[in-house]
Design a protein around this ligand. Structure first.
Ligand SMILES: [Zn+2]
Ligand SMILES: [Zn+2]
Length: 59
């Protein structure tokens, strides 16, 4: 089975391991965060980025 279109994840960035080059943005104030080193952990919980009281959206 093939999923034709995959949109960027929004709201739960902790579910995927951040990789180098990933960018996270705060929709409220416009702050941006860029990952400079891959996350290599294999556990289920990854970094959670929040700003202005809400999760950052991954671009
Ligand atoms: Zn991690
Ligand atoms: Zn913010």
């Amino acid at each position: 089975m093939i999923v034709a279109e995959k949109k960027p994840k929004v709201g739960d960035p902790q579910m995927t391991a951040p990789k180098k080059g990933d960018r996270f943005r705060c929709q409220k104030c416009g702050m941006e965060l860029e990952i400079t080193v891959d996350c290599k952990c294999t556990a289920g919980h990854h970094a959670r980025f929040e700003c202005c009281g809400q999760p950052l959206t991954q671009e």
